[in-house]
Design a protein around this ligand. Structure first.
Ligand SMILES: [Ca+2]
Ligand SMILES: [Zn+2]
Ligand SMILES: [Zn+2]
Length: 285
């Protein structure tokens, strides 16, 4: 807790009034602004003189720290924020919207999913088949054991189908993509960023697709220098089911990559939120 109140010495706030945020470290200001632009609804504003950012910037930081990261509210840049900015994370941005009925599957006892092995190159195809079928299916089960939902695997014709035909035949399409892959998106999209940084992103119900960054070194679960496909799938499927990010740092739906959050199954924050959408597990065999 103590460190929450520390600001880095280099970031000493040199000037602060009620409107603008000014630091004596331009480079950090630029980095934070780029991060906010990438992961929140914040749009770059005109700078106020040198080393100062607008009121919108400090308001965006305030909202981001509290609502998205669950940190102490502050309208300045804290070392906690700088630390979290270095963590790998999900590419979905702070939406500002809560779960609503339209962000939910209308047929939750028959949500379909499919894998696209064709994304894998010949050499690593076997690895992807293993990873996808094992890790992703366990992640799907973790959600379906905790709420009144069921998944069913389908096998669409990936080669012949158009984007929208695929959407008709498969709810959650799991795919690997490298860099720009806008052809997998119905509208404008941000591509992936090579190793590290953004690991994956997902669409809300209606589309439901999950894209993993193919440039990461994946393994079933967290190992040295490898990313846990299971954990990332668990997080992304949360979005596919209608959940936004959680500010609870122990939740699977926390925006940054924290595989230890799922070491004892789905944490209570996520269970409560998924049950609020779909109800408790009441399937009858
Ligand atoms: Ca990446
Ligand atoms: Zn996410
Ligand atoms: Zn994508």
């Amino acid at each position: 807790m103590f460190t929450l109140y520390l600001t880095l010495i280099i970031l000493q706030q040199v000037l602060s009034d009620s409107s603008n945020l000014c630091l004596n470290d331009d480079e950090t200001l630029v980095k934070v602004e780029q991060y906010l632009e990438k992961f929140t609804v914040y749009k770059k504003q005109n700078d106020i003189g040198s080393s100062c950012k607008s009121l919108e910037f400090s308001q965006a930081i305030k909202r981001f720290l509290k609502k998205e990261l669950g940190l102490e509210q502050s309208d300045t840049i804290t070392d906690e924020l700088l630390k979290i900015m270095k963590e790998d994370r999900c590419g979905n941005i702070e939406s500002g919207v809560q779960e609503q009925t339209q962000f939910k599957w209308q047929n939750p006892l028959d949500i379909t999913y499919c894998f696209n092995y064709k994304n894998a190159t010949e050499n690593d195809e076997t690895m992807y088949i293993y990873l996808e079928t094992e890790a992703i299916q366990v992640a799907l089960n973790d959600w379906s054991f905790n709420a009144n939902i069921e998944f069913r695997q389908v096998n669409p014709d990936w080669v012949e189908s158009t984007f929208w035909e695929l959407q008709q035949s498969c709810g959650l399409a799991f795919r690997f993509a490298s860099g720009d892959h806008s052809w997998m998106h119905p509208g404008p999209s941000k591509g992936f960023d090579g190793p590290g940084g953004v690991l994956a992103h997902a669409f809300f119900p209606g589309l439901g697709d999950v894209h993993f960054d193919k440039d990461e070194d994946w393994d079933w679960d967290e190992t040295k220098n490898k990313k846990s496909l299971y954990y990332v799938a668990l997080h992304e499927v949360g979005h596919s089911l209608g959940l936004t990010h959680s500010a609870d740092p122990t939740a699977v739906m926390y925006p940054t990559y924290r595989p230890s959050n799922a070491k004892n199954g789905l944490p209570s924050d996520d269970v409560q939120r998924i049950q609020a959408l779909y109800g408790k597990y009441i399937k009858i065999k």
